[in-house]
Design a protein around this ligand. Structure first.
Ligand code: KE4
Length: 428
């Protein structure tokens, strides 16, 4: 596989874009080398600027659950664009997608659309603080809720990759209101709540962590959080930017049978266009301007093109009763293949999976939290990443990420991937 043109394009991009990318994790800093520049994509495949075809296991970090350039989504965007691209005024389309989301997801009466997962989580926290009249929040080390200040405290994803868990520019004043807990450690959360009586507005969590690799919640952990929040009048916020409309029609809430107080969405809900959202029961959402005192706004919020893409995506996920079973079966097949070939090649590894989210860690011990996620052998991961890239397979360019499986993947693609992992891991 040649990446000459990508390298040239990267050098050009670096002249006018910081680090040559518009989002740090794309820069390959964790794995070395220069990022791949994409020319087009269709279904399960990326086509890069050097003419290589890559099987895509990231799918734009989640949105492409039905495959790239999914025809119904493309058609809906194209048709909508002919009628105008942005009005800054309400449209009936926004009500339609809002009603569908409310129908698909438990525990929510109303939803507000924004432009990214960061905006969704940032707004959810502000709403929780306004509703409870409390300042502090609890987040979990290794969880990533976007790049707003309150969250860049031992965040996951690219923030970890860059070894800058506490980002410069986040003031001590902000950081003091963010308490850090250990994922899957309920006693740690209980202790934090006990040490800050009456001061905590919300606990925010990725119900399945996806920004330190994929980390499932331990048995009873989410239920325990629900009970602790109820006992202390704290709002439980599920950041379902990754898990929403991916793990089930109703996301992780449905999968685990836990109802959060506020749910944040992104990625899939926009069908590949910039959409985030946050939702809750009416009692909470009515605290938002213009009804209530908590301010939140956005020029392009509810943008007609993004709403058209998102609505088409959600309609397909809502109407296809087999989609989540297919995604789970394809990812289970991949997991079994990975386990088989890495075991045969005597590689030290562990695999975590929930539905169509999966990650491979080069460490013998279970990966259950930020600390254990950090013990993986990064050198082996780099060989894994670049070896697969040479085989025409694109996985996350960081061990602190999750793979996102698309329904567009065929079993032939999966078999090819498993065989490639076999070839690559023989060279470790
Ligand atoms: P965005 O602002 O990137 O749309 O969403 C932030 C966010 C919030 N919550 C969760 C659970 C997330 O995973 C994300 C963003 N995910 C990363 C991938 N780990 C996006 C990739 C990137 O930063 O370029």
């Amino acid at each position: 596989m040649l990446y000459q043109r990508s390298s040239q394009l990267f050098a050009d991009a670096e002249k006018v874009i910081p680090g040559g990318v518009n989002s740090p994790v794309r820069a390959f800093k964790a794995v070395g080398g220069t990022p791949i520049f994409v020319k087009s994509a269709k279904g399960a495949y990326l086509y890069d600027e050097d003419g290589n075809r890559l099987i895509d296991y990231i799918n734009s970090w989640g949105p492409m659950i039905l495959g790239h350039a999914f025809d119904p989504v493309v058609e809906s965007i194209t048709e909508k664009a002919k009628l105008g691209t942005s009005f800054g005024m309400p449209t009936q389309l926004e009500t339609e997608i809002a009603k569908l989301a409310v129908e698909m997801v438990a525990g929510i009466d109303k939803i507000r659309f924004v432009n990214s997962g960061t905006e969704a989580c940032m707004s959810a926290i502000r709403l929780a603080r306004g509703f409870t009249k409390r300042d502090k929040i609890i987040k979990f080390a290794g969880c990533y809720h976007g790049h707003s200040d309150s969250f860049l405290i031992q965040a996951g994803s690219g923030a970890v990759t860059f070894g800058s868990p506490n980002s410069p520019g986040v003031t001590a004043g902000t950081a003091k209101d963010t308490l850090l807990a250990t994922y899957n450690d309920l006693e740690n959360v209980r202790a934090l709540i006990g040490a800050n009586p009456g001061e905590i507005a919300a606990v925010i969590i990725e119900p399945v962590a996806g920004n330190m690799g994929c980390i499932p919640p331990a048995e009873g952990f989410l239920q325990g959080l629900r009970e602790l929040c109820d006992a202390n009048a704290i709002l439980l916020i599920f950041d379902e930017v990754m898990t929403g409309f991916r793990l089930a029609k109703g996301g992780a809430q449905e999968l685990y049978g836990i109802t959060a107080d506020i749910v944040a969405f992104g990625k899939v809900i926009g069908g590949g266009l910039p959409v985030g959202a946050f939702a809750a029961r009416a009692e909470i959402m009515n605290y938002l301007a213009p009804l209530g005192p908590v301010y939140q706004a956005g020029t392009l919020s509810g943008n007609p093109l993004a709403m058209a893409a998102g609505l088409t995506m959600l309609q397909h996920l809502n109407n296809d009763v087999e989609i989540f079973r297919r995604l789970d079966e394809k990812t289970a097949y991949l997991e079994q293949g990975i386990r088989k070939v890495l075991t045969n090649n005597k590689v030290v590894f562990t695999v975590n999976r929930v539905g169509s989210m999966i990650s491979v860690h080069f460490d013998a011990n279970p990966v259950t939290d930020f600390a254990s996620a950090g013990r993986g052998d990064n050198d082996t991961f780099r060989k894994f990443f670049h070896g697969l890239l040479e085989e025409g397979i694109y996985i996350a360019p960081s061990a602190y990420e999750t793979w996102f499986i698309t329904d567009a993947l065929s079993y032939e693609d999966l078999d090819f991937t498993i065989a490639a992992i076999d070839r690559v891991s023989k060279l470790f």
